[in-house]
Design a protein around this ligand. Structure first.
Ligand code: 4AD
Ligand code: MG
Length: 434
């Protein structure tokens, strides 16, 4: 008997096959029962008729408890009314492990509170909506990699234990290393990308990043995944161009391959279909003016808060690029604007529909003396950055790059409220388990 996944059903119509999965839901009416089986690739409605099955098999199916593991065998036919469009007429079944009804599966199909669900995250990920979100996540990651791999970028992994903070000392996790040495969990692979970009020209890193953010918002995790490209001989304009191209590519892939998941999430796909270049560009100066008109109390020189980002991105039907922030609110490494040096040659990309920042990046300082000065101004330990300064001593060139938070991007594409559902096991201020 051929074992198939539910997603392959269409290719096996009328032939005897088996599906190995778990009981998702069950309806039963005396002489017939309809177990819905999920196998990770989809959900199959099965039809078990008492008169056509050995008594033990029918009884076992009829009394099956939610999330019991089970293998069903039978023939598949098209059935428009069934979820997924197919149904299996069961000829045989084998229960692998039956969930005890005295201790039933906790994440029943009724509504549960967010804390309960997060405590049961290890089981919650089996639910349809969560499953759909994580499928979109996979698609986004695959698309991001495909984009860079097919555009001349070399993957260069960057370390997680690092000797220095990249994005400010206030949000860095310190770790005890051996023999009294302290290291930090990486906030970003950028500094290492700058080294590998000088070796390979165009590079990217994709991995976890850590931020000791004390903020309890819908947009912050303490551990998140970030893709970071970096290009030698490149400027802020290159960052904008690549960011726009990459976003359009990723959105296109999700629309092409994950329609079913977007439907489960009741995502308005027309909103995603509108995501086409060219994206609007505005300066930080103009962003502040727009926000003030919209009632924000932001002053020039202040960072855009989450609410500001939402207010601003509501104005557009596609991502908006905000550039040239005041240098004082940005990290130490930003190249200053040649005309107005108080501004940083950086850009944030804000997702539409109020989702806020998904990308941050820009052009890096390539001048040794200026970089040395910035390290001092930011009170960063010079010795930890000696190797980084070498990059300005040996063939320094203008270079630029950016980082996109995968969870921020997936939250937007899925149209959901909270970042925590876009990663299998979220880490937040008050949550480190399961
Ligand atoms: O804007 P950020 O801090 O930029 C950097 O880390 C640069 N070094 C990247 C680079 O140029 N190579 O972070 C980049 C992105 C943000 O736009 C956001 O999408 C995501 O990383 N991000 C977070 N996502 C989830 N939780 C957090 N606490 C995040 N902090 C940043
Ligand atoms: Mg940022």
């Amino acid at each position: 008997m051929t074992r198939i996944t539910i997603s392959q059903a269409a290719q096996h119509l009328g032939k005897p096959v088996e599906i190995a999965g778990w009981l998702y839901n069950l309806r039963s009416s005396g002489k017939i029962c309809f177990p819905q089986i999920r196998d990770g690739s989809g959900i199959m409605q099965c039809v078990a008729v008492k008169a056509q099955l050995p008594e033990a098999v029918f009884d076992a199916l009829k009394k099956l408890t939610q999330e019991s593991s089970v293998i069903v065998r039978g023939k598949i036919r098209a059935e428009q009314r069934a979820p997924g469009g197919f149904e299996m007429d069961v000829e045989d079944a084998e229960v692998v492990q039956r969930v005890d009804e005295e201790k039933p599966y906790p994440v029943s199909l009724k509504e549960h509170g967010p804390d309960f669900l997060l405590d049961h995250r290890h089981l919650w990920i089996r639910s349809r909506k969560q499953h759909a979100v994580l499928h979109v996540r996979h698609e986004v990651i695959k698309a991001v990699r495909d984009y860079f791999d097919s555009n001349g970028f070399t993957l260069c992994d960057t370390p997680i234990f690092t000797p220095a903070a990249c994005e400010g000392t206030t949000t860095v996790f310190e770790v005890d290393y051996f023999e009294d040495e302290k290291v930090y969990l990486t906030q970003s692979g950028q500094l290492y990308n700058e080294a590998t970009a000088a070796a390979f020209g165009k590079v990217y890193t994709f991995g976890p990043a850590f931020r000791a953010e004390k903020s309890k918002t819908r947009r912050h995790l303490t551990e998140f995944w970030m893709v970071e490209p970096e290009m030698a001989y490149a400027t802020l304009d290159d960052v904008k161009r690549v960011a726009e191209e990459m976003i359009c590519f990723v959105v296109g892939r999700v629309l092409a391959n994950r329609r079913a998941e977007l439907a489960v999430l009741e995502r308005e796909v027309t909103k995603l279909e509108a995501v086409k270049g060219p994206f609007p560009h505005i300066s930080y100066d103009d962003a502040v003016k727009t926000l003030q008109k919209k009632g924000s109390n932001i002053q020039w020189g202040g960072d855009l808060g989450g609410t500001d980002e939402t207010l601003l991105s509501e104005n557009y039907d596609r991502p908006v690029m905000v550039d040239r922030y005041p240098a004082q609110i940005k990290a130490f490494y930003f190249q200053p604007d040649p005309v107005r040096p108080e501004l940083a040659l950086g850009v944030d990309v804000l997702a539409p529909e109020g989702y806020g920042e998904i990308i941050g990046g820009g052009q890096r300082i390539h001048d040794l003396a200026l970089l040395e000065q910035r390290l001092e101004e930011h009170k960063l330990p010079r010795e930890a950055f000696e190797w980084y300064l070498d990059l300005r001593r040996f063939g320094s060139v203008p270079h630029a790059g950016f980082g996109m938070g995968i969870e921020r991007c997936v939250t937007w594409l899925c149209g959901i409220d909270h970042l925590r559902e876009t990663i299998p096991f979220p880490r937040m201020l008050y949550r480190t388990r399961p």
